[in-house]
Design a protein around this ligand. Structure first.
Ligand code: C2E
Ligand code: MG
Ligand code: MG
Ligand code: MG
Length: 290
């Protein structure tokens, strides 16, 4: 009967909750050792200029493989690392590693690193960024820092001051997952971002150039980007149709499985060198003579 199944549903719900809480606690504890045990690595995903089809940047994305839990998704472990505070140390590791890896790649390619709100609140983010640049030798102009609107919600003035100092170092600042937050437009008014990344949910819903709400929103973001001198990049591009539609809308850049899934540094390095060789072919000495 209805009452019985209702009680059953509540029982399963409570059991699921308990399991979820236990997993969260276990992952939180395991995360504290993850760095030291070498379980955290970075994968890199290209960001492509839609007009030239050349890679302009690669985004560093954390990967965690635990002996017992296996591969844990960042969308699960990043929030936990933020809650436990581990993200400050992990974030510094990501900055160091990403800057170092990027020094092996062609000089026109930037590396993008995601930052969490806690990295702005605790520790000295500017010093951490400075150190990562100094120790790797990567020019600051080749580092792009991706932040989301959640960073801007808290201590607004202080965060703005910190962002301005990072900009003064020469780093680029990108607003990530744009369109999914709360007061996106006021943030655009308060700070001059170099880049805006349109959240993948809009790209997913964009079936054709005309006739979809998502396309209208992307068109509007693109117009703002052009006016405010920000590069606009679409995330989650999976098909030629989506790329064609974004191209027709005049969007600058695209990132997604259509071009490449996130891959280990060495693989991305090979891809970038191959691309560089191809684009340089017309200038090769034997061709120049003719
Ligand atoms: P994000 O910064 O928005 O990164 C883009 C996410 O979209 C990545 O998920 C990427 O693998 C995924 N993606 C790329 N192309 C496609 C596509 O064509 N289709 C679909 N459906 N997805 C695509 P990932 O690697 O699972 O990371 C999830 C989120 O975790 C990131 O979202 C970012 O917010 C966070 N994250 C990852 N690495 C770091 C990190 O080092 N530090 C911090 N603070 N956060 C990180
Ligand atoms: Mg990102
Ligand atoms: Mg994003
Ligand atoms: Mg995201």
């Amino acid at each position: 009967d209805a009452k019985g199944s209702g009680r059953g549903a509540v029982k399963f719900f409570v059991e699921d909750m308990a399991l979820a809480v236990r997993r969260r606690r276990q992952l939180g504890a395991a995360l504290r050792d993850a760095l030291g045990h070498g379980q955290l690595t970075l994968a890199y995903q290209p960001i492509v200029d839609i007009r030239t089809r050349r890679v302009t940047a690669v985004e560093a994305l954390l990967r965690w493989r635990h002996p017992k839990f296996g591969a844990v998704s960042p969308s699960e472990f990043i929030p936990i690392a933020e809650e436990t505070g581990s993200i400050v140390e992990i974030g510094a590791f990501v900055l160091n590693r990403a800057c170092r890896d990027a020094t092996n790649w062609p000089a026109h390619v930037r590396v993008a690193v995601n930052l969490s709100a806690l990295q702005f609140e605790r520790g000295d983010l500017e010093a951490t960024v400075r150190r990562a640049l100094a120790e790797s030798g990567l020019p600051a102009e080749r580092l792009e820092l991706e932040i989301t609107e959640t960073i801007l919600i808290g201590n607004h003035a202080e965060v703005m001051a910190k962002l301005n100092r990072l900009t003064a170092l020469g780093a680029q600042i990108a607003l990530d997952d744009f369109g999914t937050g709360y007061s996106s437009l006021s943030y655009l008014n308060d700070f001059t971002f170099n880049k805006v990344k349109v959240d993948q949910s809009f790209v997913r819903d964009m079936k054709t150039v005309g006739g979809s709400k998502a396309a209208s929103i992307i068109r509007a973001v693109n117009a703002i980007g052009a006016d405010l001198n920000m590069t606009v990049v679409a995330e989650g591009v999976e098909s030629a149709e989506q790329l064609q539609a974004l191209s027709a809308l005049g969007v600058d850049g695209a990132q997604g499985y259509y071009f490449s899934a996130p891959a280990p540094a060495e693989e991305i390095g090979v891809l970038l060198l191959k691309e560089l060789a191809e684009t340089r072919t017309p200038l090769a000495p034997e061709r120049q003579r003719t």
